[in-house]
Design a protein around this ligand. Structure first.
Ligand code: ATP
Ligand code: FE2
Length: 327
């Protein structure tokens, strides 16, 4: 079986093709990068995706040496995400499904981050730490769903890093730049906000920005931001392990690439005698392979989307998804 996956929830437009063993036959990504110091509007993203989507599709096909008629299933990211971006992928997916008479599958972007992490690391039943530009959630699979045990009460951690980075004139995406800049920094106290199992990142981000404006150097601000946010995440993850009695932790999403976060989580796991896994960096940020792979899981467990049900789902939460492929 050959599955073509389309990713288009936010900054990245991507097309990937996999076979039924999960081998990547090709993967093409085109990421929108705003100019230094600037953000972007949903309109900018949609323009970028519309202009480049056919080129990305063609490169993915030629990279796999396949034609559209060779594809068995079309999977696309249906939500959650930025509606303007999501619609580009949805329109292309619907067109391909109709024109070439192929089954269509709608994939939840967050679930795709989780499933590619499980597949690539062989984690079986982990507590999942999903940290990205749009989400910060601690989840675990129980009874047909990935249940959310803790999450951000306001902005996601990746977003907090990106905004702080922009304030300090660092390149976008800001997370990797904060990580580099943290090297050699000292610790200054920032608000530490854990409420029950939930976390808040807005106050920390604002306080870090104030420290920078007051003359604290970039290294120290970056280091303190990382240490504070990551300590909160480790605390909640440890409690989720205790609540669920699970024996594995899996880190996924764009922020999973951060080496200091990986180090802090791995120390906690070692102390609790839990296995620690991280999604490989190639698959941590948004990529179309995770959509193709989750589309494969959904399709082979009986899911198929009617065109009339294929509208984008901007607020489609991870815990609303029926997980039909875990028995
Ligand atoms: P979502 O998955 O919630 O829709 P997204 O798709 O925008 O969000 P991803 O591509 O999964 O997010 O992750 C991008 C985020 O990861 C950005 O905020 C980026 O700054 C952050 N990030 C990437 N690498 C690192 C790193 N090394 N350290 C910290 N943050 C990082
Ligand atoms: Fe993502």
């Amino acid at each position: 079986m050959i599955v073509l996956g389309i990713e288009s929830t936010a900054h990245t437009f991507g097309v990937g093709i996999i076979n039924g063993k999960g081998d990547v036959l090709s993967s093409n990504r085109d990421m929108y990068k705003p100019k230094l110091g600037e953000g972007f509007t949903p309109f900018d993203l949609a323009e970028h995706h519309y202009n480049g989507c056919l080129k990305t599709l063609k490169s993915a096909l030629s990279g796999s040496e396949l034609k559209l008629r060779d594809i068995d299933v079309i999977a696309f990211s249906q939500g959650m995400g930025i509606p303007n971006s999501l619609k580009v992928g949805a329109v292309l997916a619907r067109y391909l499904a109709l024109k070439f008479n192929k089954p269509l599958v709608g994939v939840n972007h967050g679930i795709a981050h989780i499933e590619i992490g499980k597949f690539k690391t062989c984690a079986k039943d982990p507590v999942i730490v999903y940290l990205s530009g749009g989400n910060s959630q601690i989840l675990a699979y129980i009874d047909s769903r990935y249940r959310i045990f803790g999450e951000t009460l306001d902005i996601p951690i990746g977003n907090a890093f990106d905004v702080l980075a922009r304030e300090m004139d660092l390149q976008m995406p800001g997370g990797p730049e904060i990580e580099k800049s943290a090297n050699g920094g000292k610790f200054v106290e920032l608000p530490y906000v854990v409420k029950g199992m939930d976390m808040s990142f807005t106050g920390i981000m604002t306080a870090a920005m104030e420290k920078f404006r007051d003359g604290v150097d970039k290294k120290t601000v970056s280091y303190s931001m990382q240490e504070t946010c990551f300590s909160m995440l480790v605390e909640v993850t440890e409690r989720a392990l205790a609540h669920t009695n699970k024996k594995e932790v899996l880190l996924v999403g764009g922020v999973a690439a951060n080496k200091r976060l990986q180090e802090m989580m791995s120390i906690m796991c070692r102390d609790r005698k839990a296995e620690f896994y991280v999604v490989p960096m190639e698959f941590s940020g948004d990529n179309p392979v995770m959509i193709a792979y989750t589309g494969f899981l959904a399709f082979t467990s009986g899911q198929k989307l009617k065109i009339s049900d294929s509208s984008v789902r901007q607020n489609w939460r991870t815990d609303e998804v029926e997980i039909s492929w875990i028995i």
